[in-house]
Structures are given as C-alpha cells and as structure tokens.
Design a protein around this ligand. Structure first.
Ligand SMILES: Nc1ncnc2c1ncn2[C@@H]1O[C@H](COP(=O)(O)OP(=O)(O)O)[C@@H](O)[C@H]1O
Ligand SMILES: [Mg+2]
Length: 224
C-alpha cells in the first residue's frame, strides 16, 4: 500500500510552472528522499500534499495521516515547547505529549521554555515532535538539515531512522543536501526545475555519473 501517490502533477503560480508532470510514490513504512536544489519545486510538492497549494493538473493521494514538518520549522516562538507540541494534536484525541517526550527525550527538559529560545536543532526536534502529535502514517520533512551543524543533523537523522524502523513510520525526506538524503533513504527522486530527472534506489543514484557530478560534487561523466 502507498501512503503517498502523486501522478502527473503540475502546479502553477500564476503563469510560472513550479511542478511539471511529477509522479512519485511512498509505500507504507518506506523512507524516500526528494532531492533538488533551491527553487526546484520541493516545497511546492509538500505544500500540495498537505493541501496548502492547489494542483493545476494530475492526481495527489495521501492514504492515512500526513504530518508536514515545514521548511523553517514554523514554530510559535512565544509559546512553550509543550504548547507547540499540543498544537500538532488538534485533529486527534490524545493531546498529552508525554509519549513524544519519550521518543525525543532531549526535549523533555525544555518543555516549559519558549520555543523561540531553543537552538536550531532543538527547534527542528520540536517541529518533528509536533508532527508526531498528529499520529501520522507518513512524515514529510522539508529541509531538515538546513542551517544545522553536522553533529545535530546526525542526531536528527538517527531519530528519523528510529521512527522509521521501530514504529514503521513512512518518511518523505526533502533535502537540498543530496549526500544526506542518499545516505539516509533507500530510494530517492531528483527534482530539477519542476521535473523528476532521476529516480531509483539510493545505491544506484549514488553511482550515477549525472547525480555524482550535479549533486555530490564528485567526478561526473568523462568529458571527451
Ligand atoms: N507562493 C509562490 N508564488 C510564486 N512563486 C512561487 C511561490 N512559491 C514558490 N514559488 C516558485 O516556485 C518555484 C519552486 O519553489 P519551491 O517549491 O519553494 O522550491 P524548493 O522548495 O525546491 O526550493 C520557484 O521558482 C519559486 O520561486
Ligand atoms: Mg523549499
């Protein structure tokens, strides 16, 4: 069963085309990356999945509950960590965040602090925790690593992997950092100017001369 199914999706902002015939899927329990540089259309895709942006054409289906962890975290900086978490549960009966603190124990001691006073990595953790509060089947996380130190990114990556392997949570990881996305996920799509230009297992993609030269800073196709 697929938790996310997108077929031939096109999205426009006025006359500008942001997505042009994009097809992708995420199976239940799968961890998939969507890689692309700034302006490729990655956030537009997530915003279409969560209904913030309207499609011009194509089919978008989400089976089950989607938690969208938006680019830039979008916390309420003047509310406590606790209250930010509770806001993630507005659709579900269970509003008590204790179980999320058990999954993200580092947040527990910050629960009464203003979210805006936390470090970038802690804020990203709150944003993930808020997403979990909706008891999702799939977590779509937009630019998890942006602006964070490598050691923090490692912690957050471990958390995502645990959620995936231990709770069967499907993940759509949207990243400018191709290296991270290919390391973390089993499968990936590469988006360029609104189109999927490559897809496959991350093992295959990491070996592809095109992906190497364009996204991994490595040597690409030999020039003749
Ligand atoms: N609200 C908007 N209005 C007009 N153009 C937008 C809007 N949001 C994004 N765009 C444009 O759509 C394209 C894709 O943007 P975006 O989805 O944010 O890409 P990414 O997340 O990959 O950086 C870019 O050219 C961007 O300038
Ligand atoms: Mg974006």
């Amino acid at each position: 069963m697929n938790v996310i199914e997108v077929e031939e999706l096109s999205v426009r902002y006025g006359v500008a085309t942001a997505l042009d015939g994009v097809s992708l899927h995420v199976a239940a329990g799968e961890m998939v990356a969507l890689v692309g540089s700034n302006g490729a259309g990655k956030s537009t895709l997530l915003n279409t999945l969560s209904g913030i942006v309207q499609s011009a054409r194509g089919r978008v289906e989400v089976h089950g509950q989607l938690a969208h962890v938006p680019e830039g975290r979008q916390l309420f900086p003047d509310l406590s960590v606790d209250d930010n978490l509770r806001l993630g549960a507005f659709r579900v009966r269970e509003r008590d965040p204790s179980w999320v603190y058990r999954l993200l124990p580092e947040l527990e001691r910050t629960r009464r602090q203003r979210a805006g006073s936390l470090s970038g990595g802690q804020q990203q953790m709150v944003a993930i925790g808020r997403g979990l509060m909706s008891q999702p089947d799939v977590l779509a996380i937009d630019e998890m690593s942006l602006g964070l130190a490598p050691i923090i990114v490692r912690d957050l990556s471990r958390i995502l992997l645990e959620l995936n392997t231990e709770r069967g949570l499907a993940v759509l990881l949207v990243e400018q950092s191709a290296r991270l996305a290919l390391d973390l996920c089993r499968r990936a799509y590469v988006l360029e100017a609104g189109r999927i230009v490559a897809s496959g297992t991350t093992g295959e993609l990491a070996q592809s001369p095109f992906v190497k030269s364009a996204y991994l800073g490595g040597p690409g196709e030999p020039s003749s």
